[in-house]
Design a protein around this ligand. Structure first.
Ligand code: PMV
Length: 347
């Protein structure tokens, strides 16, 4: 089938892991299964224009960020195309123009690699589907997640909503290290439209890239324990998601966040990615929770920002608390109100 020029446009959200992925094997295979909430507001929107080339055989593309050329992003995109080429040999038949924008502020400390790679991968799958119109829907989404994984591991959890598991786990039907799968079991209603308010504590450049971070788990003294613990925590978390046992949900979620940081603090070389304000916020969340019995808790990425997680029903009270007590610890008082979402969307 010979195609003319055309274009696709997709949005893909960020996601926040509750059970963390930290440590990987060859080919972006995770050392342990992870589970995340898909977000709703923090998204990348990517348009992919494709033009058939007279001379085929090489990967060629232009990349624009918010309409402007952005050479600093080229190596990451080039690497993505090289990694997916064995699974998408048609990509060298086209010249691509990629135009991308984020709904969240650039260099806010919110990683755009998950949403960015997911948005690019699903666009590529749209092209593949154009070449193979008989393609099954399942294949489309699984391969989109598979390709996103090759770009950035956690990106494979950004295609679907609202809860995604990546990595093999005996309790999760269809779970695999190859791509993320939506968690299909009925979840307790308290998690409906669950809120994630992201407090921007430090917008600085990451001290450690996640690539370096994952590598530090090779030869890490606690790696074996950690890789054994994660699937157990995933089991406990899945149980809490089904029953609405908030005490268990909070215990696992916060422990996972602190364990991620503990791994960084105990690797060689070691890193502290939290800031004093991160700890102030955590302590105030704990005090608020004790005082009110509202099941608000936190999780962290590989950085200083704090994700504040809480039920939609408590939104007014918690937002008031955040404004009164936590916003002062944010850089320029910045925070983003997000909630659990549905995954990539064709625009
Ligand atoms: O997808 P990567 O390689 O950027 O790794 C992400 C790792 C964490 O965000 C820290 C944890 C996770 O599971 O998302």
């Amino acid at each position: 089938l010979e195609l003319g020029s055309g274009s696709f446009r997709w949005s893909a959200p960020s996601n926040i892991a509750l059970v963390k992925y930290w440590g990987k094997k060859e080919n972006q295979i995770p050392a342990n299964p992870s589970l995340s909430f898909t977000l709703n507001q923090c998204k990348t929107i990517t348009q992919l224009d494709f033009d058939p080339k007279a001379t085929k055989g090489a990967i060629t593309f232009e990349f624009k960020f918010e309409g402007e050329p952005k050479p600093s992003f080229h190596p990451k995109i080039q690497q993505f195309f090289e990694r997916i080429l064995p699974y998408c040999n048609y990509i060298t038949d086209f010249h691509f123009t990629i135009d991308t924008q984020n709904t969240f502020p650039h260099s806010s400390g919110i990683a755009s690699s998950a949403s960015g790679m997911a948005a690019l991968a699903v666009n590529i799958m749209s092209l593949e589907r154009l070449l193979q119109p008989e393609m099954e829907d399942n294949y489309f989404w699984e391969k989109a997640s598979f390709l996103a994984r090759l770009g950035s591991g956690s990106a494979c959890r950004s295609l679907k909503g609202s809860i995604v598991v990546w990595g093999e786990h005996e309790q999760i039907k269809g779970s695999t290290p190859a791509y993320g799968v939506a968690f299909e079991d009925p979840v307790h209603p308290i998690f409906q439209n669950y809120q994630d308010t992201i407090l921007l504590v430090d917008k600085g450049e990451k001290q450690v890239s996640s690539t370096v971070g994952h590598d530090l788990m090779h030869g890490h003294p606690f790696a074996a324990e950690r890789f054994a613990q994660a699937p157990q925590n995933l089991s406990l978390l899945v149980e809490a998601l089904k029953t609405g046992d908030m005490e268990a949900f909070i215990r696992i979620t916060e422990s996972e966040a602190l364990t991620l940081h503990a791994m960084m603090m105990t690797s060689t070389p070691y890193f502290i990615l939290m800031k004093p304000n991160t700890l102030e916020i955590i302590n105030r969340i704990w005090r608020f929770r004790q005082g009110t019995s509202i099941p608000v808790c936190f999780t962290l990425d590989a950085g200083a920002n704090v994700h504040v997680l809480y039920p939609e029903n408590d939104k007014a009270t918690v937002l008031q608390f955040i404004k009164n007590e936590l916003v002062g610890y944010c850089q320029k008082e910045q925070y983003i109100c997000d909630a659990i979402g549905n995954g990539a969307q064709n625009l």
